[in-house]
Design a protein around this ligand. Structure first.
Ligand SMILES: [Zn+2]
Length: 158
């Protein structure tokens, strides 16, 4: 059970969010409170959100991978981190630009995390790997490895 504070940035935390403090909904509320204080770039919220318990192991792994993608303050590369988007120097406030990009990074990574949740929880994703199936795939691979020299390739048509 997560303990939510009574207030956040001086605002009373709504009752409905107190029991859901680690959800995206509460994260969005926190970011809104931050913006309400006339600051444009709220702190990253990804690490304050917990993955849904229903996620399968594979999507949980993907979810955590995206959560752990960090904006690099040195290079300042824009999401998703390819080279070639260095800071632009012409008349731009560097701190502001860095914060803007960090924020964009957090938003895009969060979008991916929520997409992963939707895909997995829809129950229709071929990427889902129930634990039992994973064990089956491993054993099948082991069998193939053992018999690899016995396999005769079909003769090529000439
Ligand atoms: Zn899944």
């Amino acid at each position: 059970m997560t303990t939510a504070p009574d207030t956040y940035l001086g605002q009373p935390v709504p009752e409905r969010l107190k029991t859901q403090w680690r959800t995206w909904e509460a994260a969005a509320w926190r970011q809104q409170q931050y913006r309400n204080t006339n600051r444009s770039y709220p702190p990253d919220e990804r690490f304050n959100v917990r993955p849904p318990a229903e996620l399968c192991p594979e999507h949980r792994r993907l979810w955590i991978d995206h959560r752990n993608l960090r904006f690099n303050e040195e290079t300042g590369n824009r999401w998703p981190g390819y080279d070639g988007s260095p800071f632009e120097y012409h008349g731009v406030n560097m701190d502001e630009l860095r914060e803007w990009r960090r924020c964009e990074w957090d938003e895009k990574a969060s979008e991916q995390m929520r997409l992963i949740e939707r895909v997995c929880l829809s129950g229709w994703s071929p990427q889902c790997t129930p634990v039992e199936e994973t064990a089956e795939v491993v054993s099948l691979a082991a069998v193939k490895q053992r018999s690899v020299e016995d396999v005769e390739l079909p003769a090529e048509a000439s």
